[in-house]
Design a protein around this ligand. Sequence first.
Ligand SMILES: *Cc1c(COP(=O)(O)O)cnc(C)c1O
Length: 760
Amino acid sequence: MMNVKNVKEMETILSEVCKKEIEQCSYEELYTALLGIVEEESKKHVMDVKGRKLYYISAEFLIGKLLSNNLINLGLYENVKACLEAHGKSMADLEEVEPEPSLGNGGLGRLAACFLDSLATLNLPGDGIGLRYHCGLFHQKFENQCQSETPDFWLGGDEWAKKTEKTYTVSLAGEDYTARLYKLAVTGYEGRTNYLNLFDLDTVDSSLIKEGISFDKTEIAKNLTLFLYPDDSDDAGRLLRIYQQYLMVSAGAQMILEECKERGSDLHDLADYAAIQINDTHPSMVIPELIRLLGEEGIEFEEAVEIVTKVCAYTNHTILAEALEKWPKQYLDTVVPQLVPVIEKLDELVREKTEDDSTAIIDESEIVHMAHMDIHFTHSTNGVAALHTEILKNSELNHFYKLYPEKFNNKTNGITFRRWLLKCNPELTDLIESLIGPGFKKDAAELEKLMDFAEDEKVLKQLAEIKHDNKVALAKWLEHTQNIVVNPDSIFMIQSKRLHEYKRQQLNLLYLIHQYFEIKEGHLPNTPVTAIFGAKAAPAYTIAKDIIHALLALSKVIADDPEVSQWLQIVFIENYNVTAAEKMIPACDLSEQISLASKEASGTGNMKFMLNGALTLGTMDGANVEIAEAVGQENIYIFGQSSDQVIRTYGHSDYCAKEWYETDPNIKRAIDFLTGEEMLSCGRQDKLERLKNELIGKDWFQTLPDFNAYIVRKDQAIADYVQNPLDWTKSALVNISKAGFFSSDRTIAEYNDDIWHLGE
Ligand SMILES: *Cc1c(COP(=O)(O)O)cnc(C)c1O
């Protein structure tokens, strides 16, 4: 392969690979050709590994489409784009050809993807280990104002993950299965190439899928990697999750030991060759599995425990108790009987160490607590934002913190600027580069130099124009994909993230109902408002689906009412994924980060919006706290209860939603509207009533106490946006210039300095 670093050469190569003139090529042919070119180029950047290498094990890697991102990282993007344009083709149309890889479902998986990008960019030796799911979470469609789910096939055609001849034998429920390794090259921005290692079974069979996304959960050989996170509302689904997790960690652990031995490790010194980061509890079984494998290699149990503890580190992603995995021991007896004796011995070690039952691995009901095993038998436990780590230390994991204060540390999440600025917002990237040079692409802290332009009206005007262009682009995309027309001159307020009660899309819903009443009464907002949502609800999460239903029904009520619709529009983007996020985020004016304080571990969507010049409307939760510190109170809209207040209320269990409903007429009016005649004419009574009852009877995430504060702050934001556009844009500029801290390059450098020490 020749050097492809200029347009002419790119033309020659492309037409050579395609064996015809570029004009005559279909986009599919061009995509295949470029995929091959990227593959060749990325191989040139594979480097030898010396010292410690990282293995980031994660059940999810939400990597997004790869072509443009890889071209950017390899320095080929501009040439390819120019070359295509010279022949009447467009990059945007080319991107349409690529299916989005469905290997994750939200922030946790997206974080893993950002980390891989930063590792390679920082020239650190670090691979991912995960599963090659045949279908992602699901493809979301809206029918009759309800979410429906269909399989999200993305394999077939040309794939980035290459099948290898490498296989590992994994024993599941006493039977041997063959896990095959697929390797996906991860290119760094002007950096090295690392790999995402994905395991799969050759026998998986998608004809098992019946209606929607249901399938026979018992035939492991055929269904193991069919779906990401199969529905775990029944036993078969939960067992399947354990099967998946063990396939990943057993094949992964075997691969790690093999690689380290090839590099000269005698396994006693494994910690000099490998660092393993356990991304949330899904890969926790890697701990007993490694101990078991080291045992097979002749290493005594106690030494194996010591080695594994030195090698492994654990990241906690949540304080929601229901999200901390725990499995009945019986499940493990069924699926991984070979691990149970190891886990029992680890549990004994813990009991020798402390009499505190609350830190046991196996509790008195024979439930195995994966996070407990992680904390005891890794050398580092980190939270993902400053507030989150403090809550872990002081309340959720306080008993562990007292045992091991030295293990606890914070690593505030970050995002890769290559995808979330360079790739998704080229116009803004160009403006920034013209003002402060290109250094910010690799050293995000340089964005701070933009502060010099905070009073520069010409720059502020350019910034406002770019935002408007991006809003027009989103409007066009929406019209093209969903046949929805929006007004780019309205304010775009976006809440896009997984649908979960703690994220409180229902609070936004109540606001929009309130706004509907205000408009009806002649209290018009200062400008037309477009409220945009993107969110998938887990298929078995009933209330989450009811919230989607209510928003879609309300959207229709408003659209059908000309009096209101000229002021207010609700848009729900179908099938929210990375591709959609890349279109939405650059077009956002106001970023909705309204989780109940103390519940969102970090959030990374908040960082993406900030980087693209949106102002945040948020609670003091997760990384919002650090965003607020960075930009200053005058450049962010904060509202709502503090995390201390919320934790206290939970402690006293004395929150009563009904009191709020009965005493606050605005709250009552908004909630009652859910089952009023307007909504019932567009929606379904059973669902709307269920949601109403949930809000009055439970409201576990305390929507109602924050309702009025939310309205006040949001209306303030809208008024500021209209009345002082220059000040608004200045705030946007401050947000962009202070976003440097939230680069995943910074996060990864911290992990490396404090936990991994790679290459040493
Ligand atoms: C960043 C991202 C998320 C995480 O969003 P939060 O607001 O942090 O929950 C989820 N999904 C996609 C597609 C993303 O890009």
